[in-house]
Ligand binder design. Structure first.
Ligand code: ADP
Ligand code: ZN
Length: 612
C-alpha cells in the first residue's frame, strides 16, 4: 500500500491553515495510521478537516456520507474552490450521471465524493462502487444512525452493511452528539474495528454554571431579579408558553426591556420579536426552547433556566448560548423537583396514538413548542380537505420517522419532486414499539438531568463526563466548585497573597508543556514543590530543575504551606492532576488566566506558613 503523504504541508497547501485546532492533529494522525475511529466535536469545531485532510494524503478516494443535499453542495463547492477534486452523488442526479461519476471515481479523478445515505440501498450503485479504490469511508452526522440521537434517519442504519459490501474500507464516524448511548450505537451499527474515540472541545471555561433549589414562585422572582440586575443581558428559558408570558409581564413591570417568544406566535411575529433582541433593542429574551436556534447574539451574559429542561443535552445547549464572545457569563438553573412533572407531561403527550395524516397535523400543531422545526413545517402546510403540498407533508412525516413515531412511510424520490398528494384520512404505519422506546429513552434523559441537579460534582466536569470527555477538569467557577470550601474560600487578601498563587502557577507552567493549546503535566506535585522551595537534591539537579527561573521563588512559604496551597489550587480548579501511570500536575485554562494576571481566584488559603 502506498504511504500517505505528510499532513502538515498538505494542510497549508490546500486548506491554507498554518496549524491544527484542538484535537484535529491527533485525529488526522490516527486516521493516517489506518485506524477506524469516532470523532466527537461540537459544531464549528473543525470536524470536516478531520477527513478532508487525510483524503488528500491517501492514494484512493474518500467517500463521505452526508444527510443533507444542501450541506453536501456547500462542502463540495468549497473544496472545488480550493482546487480539490470533489463531487457528490445523490438522488437529484439521473442514473446516467451517477454512473458517469462512478466511472470518474474508478479513474481516480476525485479525492472526495459526498454520497447521500439512501444511495447505498441501490443495488446497481453498490455493484458499480465495488470497482472503486476507496481509501476512507467517512460518516458525517453519524448520530443520525442512533434512535437516541435527535435526528434519527433510518437510511443510516444500513451503512454498516453497505461498508461490508464494498469491501470494508477504513471507516470513521463524526458527530457533535457525544452522549454515551449515541456513541455506542455508532460503534455498533458501523461495526468499527478497534476504533480510536476522540471527544473534545465541549468545555466552556467562561461559563459559570449554577443550580439553585427553589420551591416557591416568590423565590424564583427574587432570583430572576438579582440575576437580571447583575448580568443585564440574557435569556430566560421557560417550559411553557404560559410561563413565558407570565415572566415576560414580570420583567415588564420591573421596567426591563424584554421580549417574549414562543412557538405559538406566527412566523412574522417570531421574526419581528427575535430581531428586536438580536439588534439589541431589548436586553432580555424570555422564551421556550423554540428560541435560540437562529439567534446569534454573542454578548448574552446570562442564561436563566426558570424550570428544569428535559435533558442535559438541552440544558447545555441552551446554557451555551451565553458568553459566545468568550467573556465571563453566568448560567443559573432554578430547580424545583415539582417542575419535572411538566417534562413528564411532554414525554407522555408525545405519544398521542394518531392513525392518520390528519392526526399528525393535529399533533404537530399542539406540540409546536417542543418542535420548532415542525412548527415551520406546519406553516408550509395548506389547510383544507386535501393536502396539496406533498413536500411539506413529506418533511412532517420525515420528522415523525426520525423521532421514531412512524416506521415506514416511503415517499422518498416522489417527495423530492413534491408530486405526491396525501389525503388527510391516509392511514399511517405507526410503529408502537418505537414509540414506547422513545418514551423510555426520554424518561432516562430526564432522570439524568435530575440526577445532575442533585449531584455534588463540579457542574462543568459532570457535563463533560456525560458527553464522554474523559479528562474533564473541575471548573472552579460553578456553584459546586465555589461551595466545595464550605464558604471559607475567599479572594486574595492583598497583592502579596495573589503573587504567591501566581508564582506557584508559573512553577507549574515551567514544569509542564503546552501541546496544541492544552497544558500537559510532566511532573508530580512533590517535585514541583521541591523546585519552588529551591531544593538542590540530586534528582532536582539531574533534570536541571535548579536552572529554572522559578527555582526557589517560594522558599519562604515552606513545604507544608505549599503542599496545602496546591491542594486548594486543585479544588479551585486552577491546577489539575492527570490520572495516569504517575499523577502529573498541570494548569487548567482558568489557572493559566490567573497566572497571567487576567483573572482573580477564590480559594481556601492555608494556615500561615511556618518554615519546615
Ligand atoms: P464542524 O464540521 O465541526 O461544524 P467545520 O469543519 O465546518 O466544523 O469547521 C469550522 C470552521 O473552522 C470553519 O470555518 C473552518 O474553516 C475552520 N477551521 C477548521 N480547521 C481549521 C484549522 N486547522 N485552522 C483554522 N481554522 C480551521
Ligand atoms: Zn465546577
Amino acid at each position: 500500500m502506498p504511504q500517505p503523504s505528510e499532513p502538515l504541508p498538505t494542510l497549508k497547501k490546500y486548506f491554507g491553515f498554518d496549524g491544527f485546532l484542538d484535537a484535529q492533529e491527533e485525529v488526522v494522525d490516527q486516521i493516517l495510521s489506518g485506524q477506524d475511529g469516532l470523532v466527537v466535536m461540537p459544531t464549528g469545531g473543525g470536524k470536516s478537516l478531520c477527513y478532508q485532510l487525510p483524503a488528500m494524503c491517501l492514494s484512493g478516494v474518500t467517500l463521505v456520507v452526508s444527510p443533507l443535499i444542501a450541506l453536501m453542495k456547500d462542502q463540495v463547492d468549497a473544496l472545488l474552490e480550493k482546487g480539490i477534486p470533489a463531487t457528490m452523488i445523490n438522488s437529484t442526479l439521473s442514473w446516467d450521471e451517477q454512473r458517469q461519476r462512478i466511472d470518474q471515481m474508478k479513474r481516480g479523478e476525485f479525492k472526495l465524493v459526498y454520497i447521500a445515505p439512501e444511495r447505498f440501498r441501490v443495488a446497481a450503485f453498490m455493484e458499480a462502487l465495488k470497482q472503486v479504490e476507496i481509501s476512507l469511508f467517512a460518516v458525517d452526522e453519524a448520530h443520525c444512525l442512533s434512535q437516541w440521537g435527535h435526528d434519527f434517519r433510518p437510511e443510516y442504519m444500513k451503512l454498516g452493511r453497505a461498508l461490508e459490501q464494498i469491501g470494508r474500507p477504513q471507516a470513521i464516524a463524526l458527530t457533535a452528539t457525544a452522549t454515551p448511548v449515541v456513541r455506542k450505537d455508532i460503534l455498533e451499527v458501523l461495526a468499527l474495528r478497534e476504533p480510536f474515540e476522540t471527544v473534545s472541545g465541549f468545555s466552556r471555561p467562561n461559563l459559570s454554571l449554577s443550580i439553585v433549589e427553589v420551591e416557591k414562585h416568590k423565590v424564583k422572582h427574587e432570583r430572576l431579579k438579582k440575576v437580571v440586575a447583575k448580568w443585564k443581558t440574557g435569556i430566560v428559558y421557560c417550559s411553557t408558553r404560559k410561563r413565558v408570558e407570565e415572566v415576560g409581564e414580570l420583567l415588564h413591570s420591573w421596567g426591563i426591556k424584554s421580549i417574549a417568544y414562543h412557538g405559538g406566535m406566527t412566523p412574522d411575529e417570531r421574526d419581528r420579536t427575535q430581531n428586536i433582541f438580536i439588534s439589541k433593542q431589548a436586553d432580555v429574551a424570555v422564551a421556550t426552547n423554540a428560541f435560540g436556534m437562529g439567534i446569534d447574539r454573542s454578548d448574552v451574559r446570562f442564561v436563566l433556566h426558570y424550570e428544569v429542561p428535559g435533558s442535559i443535552e438541552a440544558y447545555y445547549q441552551e446554557a451555551g448560548r451565553a458568553g459566545r464572545d468568550g467573556e465571563a457569563a453566568y448560567c443559573e438553573l432554578l430547580f424545583n423537583y415539582a417542575d419535572t412533572r411538566t417534562q413528564e407531561f411532554f414525554i407522555e403527550g408525545a405519544n398521542p396514538g394518531y392513525q392518520t395524516i390528519a392526526d399528525v397535523y393535529q399533533f404537530l400543531q399542539n406540540d409546536a413548542d417542543a418542535n420548532f422545526e415542525v412548527q415551520r413545517t406546519i406553516d408550509e402546510i395548506k389547510e383544507g380537505a386535501e393536502v396539496k403540498n406533498g413536500m411539506a407533508v413529506g418533511s412532517a412525516i420525515g420528522i415523525l420517522m426520525r423521532n421514531g413515531y412512524a416506521e415506514r412511510f416511503d415517499i422518498s424520490g416522489k417527495r423530492m419532486k413534491g408530486t405526491r398528494l396525501l389525503k388527510p384520512d391516509q392511514a399511517l404505519n405507526i410503529d408502537r414499539h418505537a414509540l414506547e422506546e422513545k418514551e423510555r429513552r426520554d424518561r432516562e434523559k430526564l432522570d439524568s438531568m435530575v440526577h445532575f441537579c442533585y449531584g455534588q460534582q463540579c457542574r462543568q466536569q459532570a457535563i463533560l463526563e456525560y458527553f464522554g470527555e474523559d479528562d474533564a477538569q473541575t471548573c472552579g467557577t460553578c456553584d459546586i466548585c465555589i461551595n466545595a470550601f464550605g464558604g471559607s474560600a475567599r479572594e486574595p487578601a492583598d497583592e502579596d497573597e495573589l503573587l504567591i498563587v501566581r508564582k506557584a502557577l508559573s512553577g507549574v507552567a515551567r514544569m509542564s508543556r503546552k501541546v496544541n493549546g492544552r497544558w500537559e503535566g510532566i511532573f508530580g506535585r512533590g517535585r514541583i514543590v521541591q523546585m519552588l522551595m529551591g531544593s538542590k537534591s540530586q534528582e532536582i539537579k539531574r533534570v536541571r530543575l535548579d536552572e529554572l527561573s522559578t527555582h526557589g521563588i517560594l522558599k519562604d512559604c515552606g513545604t507544608a504551606y505549599l503542599n496545602e496551597l496546591f491542594r486548594s489550587l486543585q479544588k479551585a480548579g486552577l491546577v489539575f492532576t492527570q490520572r495516569g501511570e504517575f499523577p502529573l500536575m498541570t494548569l487548567t485554562p482558568q489557572g493559566e488566566k490567573v497566572m497571567l494576571g487576567k483573572s482573580s481566584c477564590r480559594l481556601v488559603w492555608p494556615e500561615q506558613h511556618q518554615s519546615s
